[in-house]
Ligand binder design. Sequence first.
Ligand code: FRU
Length: 424
Amino acid sequence: MKSNTEKFGKAPHQPSLWTRADALKVHADDPTTTQPLVSADFPVLSNEVFIWDTMPLRDLDGNITSVDGWSVIFTLTADRHPNDPEYIDENGNYDITRDWNDRHGRAKMYYWFSRTGKDWKLGGRVMAEGVSPTAREWAGTPILLNEQGDVDLYYTAVTPGATIVKVRGRVVTTEHGVSMVGFEKVKPLFEADGKMYQTEAQNPFWGFRDPWPFRDPNDGKLYMLFEGNVAGERGSHKVGKAEIGDVPPGYEDVGNSRFQTACVGIAVARDEDGDDWEMLPPLLTAVGVNDQTERPHFVFQDGKYYLFTISHTFTYADGVTGPDGVYGFVADSLFGPYVPLNGSGLVLGNPSSQPFQTYSHCVMPNGLVTSFIDSVPTDESGTQIRIGGTEAPTVEIKIKGQQTFVVAEYDYGYIPPMLDVTLE
Ligand code: FRU
């Protein structure tokens, strides 16, 4: 396995590294980087469906956008099966935990609308059954393109394979609600190439998903972030000096951390419409640190690039750990170098007493952070849990230079618009 310099030698930029030394600075339960406890008596959006990854409608500059006064979110969604014999256990009870854990295999894109930026009403499925080419409709980004209401939904078509795709439709409003119409033709954009980004053939546990298109505030070009793993056969990656970083004596042993190879990918559009893309080397790699940097996204603030990505405890490498939550990095220019926020990268993690309370955080340019409730303990020992599948309380963070601070908490699923577009 080659080092970053050898591998991306003639590339326009070298990926920044999230090192093992950086990750040693990650500490759960620092109040400035920990999500407040979610109470077990949370309300659920729907008794019919689970929702998890939440994707607010926005423009290419990142602004959360309402249309004719209606806020719109898209969610990964799966039916709940309280009466399905398949999910009834031997005592005759609904095994909601198993139903929830199986949800990824039947994930579909749904949309919701609201007048208040909360109290979401279910709109329905974005694409009719049969439109999307694969079994799973995984995360992405809905982009409002113009005042005619055209929407490009970028998402991940998974199983078989994992392809970044997009489908164009339109948002239509009335005084009673919102509909999504015409999402009928899915266009494949690109897949992992095996040279920069790991393929399924190289690693059956590869990740390649979660497109987040944006217009660079400086050069005005159209780019896209996505989640990937660094290319190469599973087990062949080298965790060398650069990946280890400046560790104290006794921390040189990297164990089996060569199996953790996450990266944040980037592609640039060759055309204005974003139909033709070229993958570039990753912006950030976490070889030897973590295996998943999911749903990467930016906040552009104070002339800086704040890169956020979600990750898990279970995807950390041997010898390093951290809570489930959102991590962040900052640079002065798009291609880096990126420095971990708060020294470690950790921006908002779950408290250790409720390690799975929330996930899939999305930091919006107004500092609000939305996420979903996964599971919350209902007894002291943490053996009894309540499954969520619904929106978590929104948290506000303040971003200052290379630091972030938790400063406020709001209602469940509070995603207010940053601007309103009146449709023609
Ligand atoms: C994050 C995530 C995404 C993926 C989806 C699958 O919660 O793992 O990376 O698109 O969930 O359900």
